[in-house]
Design a protein around this ligand. Structure first.
Ligand SMILES: O=C(O)CCC(=O)C(=O)O
Ligand SMILES: [Fe+2]
Length: 270
């Protein structure tokens, strides 16, 4: 069962977001949707490699049989094919929060990779402290981070609350040149069914899983369709997934010239 977000709770989360640079929305993703996502990933691994019909052993074996980055891209594409990212983002409490923060005209970034934290020292997957801004996200872009498979012993991300107010942090070779000594990192309190929304300037990093523990998450950057670009978003690929009444009217009018009387007396639907 997902919980509905009251207006009061949404306002509190907005305040927390301003203060901390991230928020966790609890129990906002339906279990059935997460189960569907797990099933899709398991079946893809099975079809591709004829590996065990079980997500975690399948993933662990698959990443030794294929370039681990290509594997993650392939799996995210499979989730895309079944429309999982969009269904996640349209989960009522999450959508409500996105609308509170960005307004109702929303698009999401495409062509990403699935985040699989499966041990190993590869620092491409076990990310060091970073701001998303370093990788081209504008500051009006929100990172929506959703665990799909997350056993209780697994960690989410570690974040530095308030670091989004430090501005663009100088960095070299994907590492901050300096983190203030009094910074107090926290491990995010997140479980399957929850989702995190992170500001593009909030410092965060991966907490590596231990042993055979595997954590799978999907990151879906979201922005307002009409916001000025503040990073290099124009070099990326987007899909609009939610519209305000004004945008719906504009679409109804059919073309940017708003042709006179286009729909007058029309029986056509839509
Ligand atoms: O899920 C992770 O471990 C890292 C996610 C992240 O921060 C990123 O992909 O930018
Ligand atoms: Fe990140």
């Amino acid at each position: 069962m997902t919980t509905m977000l009251t207006d009061e709770a949404a306002t509190t989360l907005c305040d927390d977001f301003m203060d901390q640079g991230y928020i966790i929305i609890k129990r906002c993703i339906a279990t059935a949707l997460l189960d569907q996502a797990k099933q899709i990933l398991t079946e893809k691994i099975y079809k591709q490699f004829k590996l065990k019909d079980n997500l975690v052993p399948g993933l662990l074996q698959a990443q030794s049989l294929m370039d681990p980055y290509d594997l993650r891209v392939m799996l995210q594409k499979e989730l895309e094919y079944f429309d999982i990212p969009e269904q996640l983002l349209l989960s009522p409490a999450l959508l409500k929060m996105l609308i509170h923060l960005l307004g109702p005209d929303l698009e999401r970034q495409l062509k990403l990779e699935l985040l699989v934290n499966a041990g190993g020292g590869n620092d491409f997957f076990i990310k060091k402290w970073h701001q998303e801004y370093w990788s081209g996200s504008g500051i009006f872009m929100l990172q929506v981070w959703t665990p799909i498979h997350m056993p209780e012993v697994a960690y989410g991300l570690e974040l530095i609350p308030g670091s989004h107010k430090w501005g663009h942090i100088p960095h070299e070779n994907r590492q901050p040149l300096h983190i203030p000594e009094d910074a107090q990192p926290v491990s995010m309190d997140i479980a399957e069914g929850d989702t995190a929304i992170i500001h593009a300037l909030c410092l965060h990093r991966t907490l590596a899983t231990a042993g055979d523990t595997v954590r799978v998450a999907t990151l879906n950057p979201v922005r307002n369709i009409y916001h000025e670009k503040a990073g290099f978003e124009h070099l990326r690929c987007y899909h609009p997934f939610h519209f305000s009444p004004l945008s719906k009217i504009q679409k109804m009018l059919g073309n940017p010239h708003l042709s006179a009387f286009r729909l007058r007396g029309s029986q056509r639907n839509p």
